[in-house]
Design a protein around this ligand. Sequence first.
Ligand SMILES: NC(=O)c1ccc[n+]([C@@H]2O[C@H](COP(=O)([O-])OP(=O)(O)OC[C@H]3O[C@@H](n4cnc5c(N)ncnc54)[C@H](O)[C@@H]3O)[C@@H](O)[C@H]2O)c1
Length: 327
Amino acid sequence: MDTSLKHDRPSPTIALMGVGTIGVGWAVVFGTGGCNVRAYDSQPAMLERFLSAVEFRLTKLAEAGLISEDVATVLDRIAVVTSREDVIRGANHVQESVTESVEVKRDLFAWLDEATPPDVTLASSTSTIPSSRFTSGLPGRDRCLVVHPANPPYLLRVAEVVPSEYTSDATTDNAVELLRSVRMSPVVVRNEIEGFVFNRLQGALLREAYFLVGEGVVTPRDLDTLVRDGLGRRWSITGPFATSELNTRGGTARHAEVNGSVYARIGSARGAGDPWIPETIAYVMDEMNEVLPGGDWEANVLRRELAMIKLEGLRHQGDVPSVIVEN
Ligand SMILES: NC(=O)c1ccc[n+]([C@@H]2O[C@H](COP(=O)([O-])OP(=O)(O)OC[C@H]3O[C@@H](n4cnc5c(N)ncnc54)[C@H](O)[C@@H]3O)[C@@H](O)[C@H]2O)c1
């Protein structure tokens, strides 16, 4: 995964608004992709830790053979600024990754729309909120859209590009082109819908998981094992449709014939019930405190990222073949 960008055009300048978990990830993606990156956060403490968080990840990626440029060369492209006026200066694309709140995003996008020239793309990393909910009243709503990454963006290299009904085709095309240029796989979500596709799928699985755990069918720890060592491993090679095709002699048609009505019955039996009840949440929390040691959330997040980098490095060295035709 050499993400260095080689092209004749000037490198785009990316303004990162918010440098928590996702802002740091975007800095790695755009920095290794050859872009100039400027980063701002309203919390000085987050800005202070930002560059060392990026450098640490770049170093680990380099050790795993996943980037070929010097860490210092990548870091030279990334600057921290201490005001929001400075971060947007000269930017071609603003990537907002601030708190997941309609009100916070509405205020910020109103300011961005006033403060930046009209040809700048204004993209939100929001996980679930359709951008029209915070951009519909803006004169520049045609240049606003969602570019939703997975976490961490530099390892799970997909991003959902979600235009609203107001977003111009040129804005969507520019976002797709930018993402491809930094070796991301953009997927355009054709209708604005809460949760988009990634989190609708994640949410569907999690909803059933909460039901099963709440009913005492399985423990949270054992459910995680089934997904981590079972479904997740398979899904890293084939998605759910290609999995169904390959799991059943007779392929998709036979799979739908045999399993379709079972899954439909299971789904309708669940109805509109909400499994996120306090007792079940407390039970899951207790088990998570046991399986994830120390109670230090940041440290556990980092351990997960390091394990993912290691795995990605091994996959890269081992050159795991793809079983599907990539488009
Ligand atoms: N964490 C994930 O797994 C994930 C994945 C994909 C997308 N997202 C989305 O990315 C966004 C950020 O999520 P995160 O997990 O990085 O959150 P985070 O809490 O780690 O970071 C948010 C950062 O935004 C800063 N901030 C808040 N208001 C601000 C403002 N007005 N101007 C500048 N900075 C501001 C905060 O100081 C903080 O550093 C959210 O919209 C979230 O839904 C998160």
